[in-house]
Write a protein that binds this ligand. Structure first.
Ligand SMILES: Nc1nc2c(ncn2[C@@H]2O[C@H](COP(=O)(O)OP(=O)(O)OP(=O)(O)O)[C@@H](O)[C@H]2O)c(=O)[nH]1
Ligand SMILES: [Mg+2]
Length: 202
């Protein structure tokens, strides 16, 4: 079994010149505001409050870095999780919002240490325009050394018939509930495999 045995907050960056050096492989959590980016980081690391979550959209306003250690058997594997502000929402003036989105898109585009983009999509609203835009953008900028996975969040809010409907459209999709812990082990396995799995070695 793969576990995350350690997770530590390292730094918050408001601007590009404050970000950490690209000295670790990174997983960036991307998605619209309030989709559950910070919550899944807490669920994955089993550390409530590590990443700040809130029912008010726009909670995460900085680029937050967390160093983690995966454990598989006797081996440790270091990586870094990056919690980002949400796309499409900022409770600030229009010009500030524009600045943020610019910082965010620039960061995602230029940061080669990101090996995996986890695009989080609300399982209740899988077809939103903003997610189509995010997906198109990620595919546009994704290099051969990078991967993209989609994870559906807030699965606990779905009725069984909604789960079946979603599975019909996305047969192999991963649905998680950060609040109930459902699908979290699968998400850890998926992220680990994307970073360190044999398919990753060339
Ligand atoms: N029911 C349920 N609620 C969740 C789940 N994950 C997150 N939430 C709630 O959704 C709200 C937003 O969660 P966050 O993790 O702060 O979302 P975020 O994507 O980081 O939002 P921003 O930082 O604003 O971009 C909070 O009230 C969470 O408690 C889940 O799996 N199930
Ligand atoms: Mg957040």
């Amino acid at each position: 079994m793969i576990t995350i045995k350690e997770a530590n907050f390292v730094k918050s960056a408001e601007k590009m010149d404050q970000v950490l050096d690209e000295d670790s492989i990174e997983v960036a959590f991307i998605g619209r505001s309030n989709v559950g980016k910070s919550s899944i980081i807490n669920a994955l690391t089993n550390r409530k409050g590590l990443a700040k979550s809130s029912s008010t959209p726009g909670k995460t306003r900085l680029i937050n870095f967390f160093d983690i250690v995966f454990k598989k058997g006797d081996e440790d594997y270091g990586a870094r999780l990056v919690d980002l502000p949400g796309f499409g929402y900022a409770r600030v003036s229009k010009s500030m919002k524009h600045e943020w989105q610019k910082t965010l898109t620039k960061f995602i585009k230029e940061r080669e240490s990101i090996k995996l983009f986890v695009h989080l999509v609300d399982s209740r609203h899988p077809e939103l325009e903003i997610d189509k835009e995010v997906s198109a953008y990620l595919h546009e900028i994704c290099s051969v050394e990078q991967k993209i996975v989609v994870i559906f969040t807030k699965a606990d809010k779905l009725k069984q018939k909604d789960v079946s409907a979603l599975k019909k459209i996305y047969p192999n999709c991963l649905m998680v509930s950060s609040s109930k812990g459902k699908g979290i082990q699968k998400a850890i396995d998926l992220i680990f495999d994307a970073l360190f799995g044999e398919t990753n070695l060339d």
